[in-house]
Ligand binder design. Structure first.
Ligand code: DHB
Ligand code: FE
Length: 286
């Protein structure tokens, strides 16, 4: 038996990683964002799990845009940090956990989720920035092995929020049935509201984000009931990344305790949010 001990949701804006890599986090423009992360980082530093699952999207850096799986899992021993055009970030490669990956793959397949399998995968800012939000100074290695779960949020039609929540619930069942790890941390990444291109470039919607931050804790079904078009309309064409927070939330129990949350506008073109939860009851969200 394994159990999810915490769930961390965070935006993955590339410049958050760049600010850290370049030692700019204390500069006035960045300090409020990183101050907001501090209580979560301190709490997490005391609770390193045996393994983590990171639900994220690739941005055509690890996987060509011609082939975008709806849901995928990495099964590699190691994942290299992708070069996104500015050189690789100076952070460690990611150590995987193939045994846990294959367990999750089998269980999810049997539960009706036919995941694409990546036995090799470079991970981009969608993956490494959340790791940096969790662990600002990894030195030679991230705190534990990490299994990537990838979601298509970049090509229409993206999976529905309801399907992402259901994937999370199936993931929760699969985690519970795994004997090889005791404790699991799960990260849901991306969001919050932002739109990077088109007529509404720069669009940010704080009232939607605050509703989402409240509901992801107390009423995830309400968020699961929104259509992909609702997300795009209300959170922006890239704000639909928020559906990945629902995978994390679905893998947790019906009731969770919010450890900490933070919201900062803007980080680059994005409303940057963070929410950290721990499981309070043993009753799963399913
Ligand atoms: C930005 C946000 C993202 O989610 C992303 O993937 C790339 C860039 C931004 O706000 O700059
Ligand atoms: Fe993104």
């Amino acid at each position: 038996m394994s159990e999810v001990i915490w769930g961390l949701a965070t935006s993955h804006v590339p410049s958050i990683g760049a600010a850290m890599d370049r030692g700019m986090t204390a500069e006035p423009v960045w300090a409020p964002l990183f101050e907001g992360y501090r209580p979560a980082r301190e709490w997490l530093a005391e609770r390193t799990p045996d393994v983590a699952i990171l639900v994220y999207n690739d941005h055509a850096n690890g996987v060509d845009l011609d082939i975008v799986p709806t849901f995928a899992i990495g099964t590699a021993e190691r994942y290299q940090v992708a070069d996104e055009g500015f050189g690789r970030r100076p952070v460690p490669d990611v150590v995987g956990d193939p045994d846990f990956s294959f367990h999750l793959l089998h269980q999810l397949m049997d539960d009706g989720f036919d995941l694409t399998v990546f036995s090799e995968l470079d991970v981009d800012h969608g993956f490494t920035v959340p790791l940096s939000v969790w662990t600002p100074e990894p030195r030679d290695a991230w705190p534990c092995p990490v299994v990537p779960i990838m979601v298509n949020v970049i090509r229409y039609p993206q999976p529905t929020a309801a399907r992402c929540y259901a994937l999370g619930q199936a993931l929760g069942r699969a985690i519970a049935g795994y004997g090889g790890a005791r404790t699991v941390g799960i990260l849901g990444t991306g969001g919050m509201s932002h739109q990077l291109a088109g007529q509404r470039a720069g669009f940010i919607n704080p009232s939607f984000d605050h509703m989402f931050l409240e509901a992801i804790e107390k009423d995830p079904e309400k968020l699961a009931a929104l259509s992909r078009e609702d997300y795009i309309r209300q959170a922006g064409s890239e704000g639909i990344e928020l559906i990945m927070w629902l995978v994390m939330r679905g893998a947790m129990n019906a009731e969770v305790r919010k450890v900490h949350s933070a919201y900062h506008v803007p980080a680059s073109n994005t409303a940057a949010g963070l929410a950290l939860f721990e499981n309070t009851t043993t009753r799963p969200a399913r």
